[in-house]
Design a protein around this ligand. Structure first.
Ligand SMILES: Nc1nc2c(ncn2[C@@H]2O[C@H](COP(=O)(O)OP(=O)(O)OP(=O)(O)O)[C@@H](O)[C@H]2O)c(=O)[nH]1
Ligand SMILES: [Mg+2]
Length: 313
């Protein structure tokens, strides 16, 4: 990682290869294809929450990776919703379409070997005047034989559907081919100065990241019976040296949801709280004191004013 002062090396590089590049890369796709897992793999830190449930990401979040010769600014978006027309889903879809119009490159993520109606809907939104790469994610799910049998016809079919500049089969979860992906992306970034500090990982505050980490644990520790209508509010976030004190409220729609989160004698809430604290300590690199409450407030996900009050655009 040391800078070379050797003029011979500079002369050997072409001017465009040597120049620093910086650009934004949108990551889009239907819910659950692994967009946030991919952003985290690219950043090298877990800044965007993930879960096996669809509709985990609710806010546009930027993940940043800076190398010697480029700064990659990745924009993770919510999975595009086609099923329900709630105010929350309309807001999520707006986040996807507005991101697409303002980036240098788009990564369209699908699951390797699968292309369904929801993927098709997202494909129809892809811009024609911005380069698009296709990421065939979750390659680890296919056996060695399947990778050839399934992927050959799949890639051919996808190539006919859209003029993708390149196709990258990979696994965000196991980080397979992640280095190759950086090499593929770099030429699409314009030459220019970095937009963020070299050590920045995201555009979001620690306060926001804390609320997301708690929401992830609620998602993961409650079964499918808890609808997607819980959100997290940080009432107070204090920093004292390397210690953070976080006071949070989990907002749910019904008393029965509250009971689900609390669990038997508070066991589930305890798990949620412990895991959230551990993740925060890792990400913030310091001790965290976390206190959580649960409040019932019905109808917030169906009300535009309510959404704005809780940070959705
Ligand atoms: N086997 C396998 N699973 C993966 C891979 N990438 C992601 N997953 C899993 O797929 C699920 C969804 O991942 P997310 O990253 O949350 O997906 P997303 O596209 O961001 O989903 P939304 O935010 O809901 O749109 C999680 O359970 C991940 O662990 C992969 O490469 N291989
Ligand atoms: Mg996501």
């Amino acid at each position: 990682m040391t800078e070379s002062n050797d003029p011979r090396q500079d002369a050997a590089d072409t001017p465009s290869a040597a120049a620093f590049r910086c650009g934004t890369v949108a990551i889009v796709g239907r819910p659950n294809v692994g967009k946030s897992t991919l952003v985290n793999a690219l950043v090298g830190q877990k800044i965007s929450i993930t879960s096996r449930k669809a509709q985990t990401t609710r806010h546009r979040i930027v993940g940043i990776q800076t190398t010697d010769d480029a700064q990659y600014v990745f924009v993770d978006t919510p999975g595009f919703q086609t099923r329900h027309a709630s105010a929350l889903n309309r807001s999520l879809n707006r986040a996807v379409t507005s991101t697409l119009s303002s980036v240098d490159l788009v990564l369209f993520v699908v699951e390797a070997g699968y292309f369904g109606a929801d993927d098709e809907k997202v494909l129809s939104l892809l811009p024609r005047n911005t380069p698009v790469l296709m990421i065939a994610n979750k390659l680890d799910r296919l056996s060695g034989d399947q990778r050839i049998e399934v992927m050959m016809p799949f890639l051919e079919k996808m190539g006919q559907l859209f003029p993708f500049r390149e196709v990258v089969p990979m696994s965000a979860k196991t980080h397979d081919h992640i280095e190759r992906l950086f090499a593929v992306i770099r030429p699409y970034l314009p030459e220019g100065e970095p937009m963020y500090d070299a050590d920045a990982m995201t555009d979001r505050s620690e306060r926001f990241l804390a609320s997301e980490i708690i929401r992830e644990k609620v998602f993961r520790w409650t079964g499918d019976e808890l609808p997607y209508t819980s959100t997290v509010i940080i009432d107070k976030f204090e920093t004292e040296g390397r210690l953070r004190r976080v006071f949070a409220t989990i907002l749910v729609e019904r008393d029965s949801h509250k009971a689900m989160i609390i669990g038997n004698k508070g066991s589930k809430l305890k798990q949620i709280s412990t895991e959230a604290r551990i993740d925060m300590e890792k990400l913030f690199d310091g001790k965290v004191y976390l206190e959580m409450w649960i409040k019932v407030k019905s109808g917030w996900a169906d009300n535009e004013a309510g959404l704005r009050a809780y940070g959705y655009e």
